[in-house]
Design a protein around this ligand. Sequence first.
Ligand code: IMP
Length: 200
Amino acid sequence: MARIFETNKLVIASHNLGKVREIGELLAPFGTETLSAGELGLPEPIEDGITFIANAEIKALAAATASGLPALADDSGLEVEALGGEPGIYSARWAGPSKDFTVAMAAINGKLSGITNMAANFTCALTLAWPDGHMESFEGKVFGTLTWPLRGNRGFGYDPMFIPTGHAVTFAEMEPSEKHAMSHRAHAFKQLIDACFKNS
Ligand code: IMP
C-alpha cells in the first residue's frame, strides 16, 4: 500500500516554471496548495542517477528534506529504440546550453540515417517524497514513431518529431488537451493520484 498524501501543502521540486504550473493545475482539484523549489530558494541537487526514477527521487528527496514538506519531482525524456534508448535521461542536455531542441532533433535524425526502425517512447518518472525519507515513485510511457522533417509548433522539446501510436499527427500538431490526455506525464500522474491522493 502506498503512503497517502494527507497534508495540503506540496513543494514542486523544480525550477522550471512551466512544469510547476502544469503540476499545480493537475493537483488543484485535490485542494493541494503548491509551492515551487524556486520560490522557496531551495538549491538544485546534482542529477547523477542513471534512471528517470533515480533522478526524480534525488530531486524530490532533496526538496522534502530542505523544506520540511512533502515534495513532488518529475524527470522525463525521449528514448529512441534504434539508439539503445538515447537520449533518455540526457534529453534536456542534448539541446546544449542554448536549450535548442531543433539541434537535438537534428542530431537524432543524423544518427538514424540509414536506419529504418523509427520506434521511440517518452518516459516520465514522478516521485513523491516526505521529509522522513519515505518515497513513492511512478513511471508512465507513451510509445510512437519518429518523423522527419519536423511537424507542428505546439508543445515543447521533442514534440515536433514524435507521432504517438494510432495517430497521424505529431505531439506538436495536436491540441494540447489531446496530448495531455495520452502523454507519458498523464500516465504517471494517474498512477500517483490513484495511489496517493484521496477522493481520486
Ligand atoms: P527534465 O526537465 O530533466 O526532466 O528534462 C526533460 C526533457 O525531456 C525535456 O527538456 C524535453 O526535452 C524532453 N521531454 C520530456 N517530456 C517531453 C514532452 O512531453 N515532449 C517533448 N519533449 C519532452
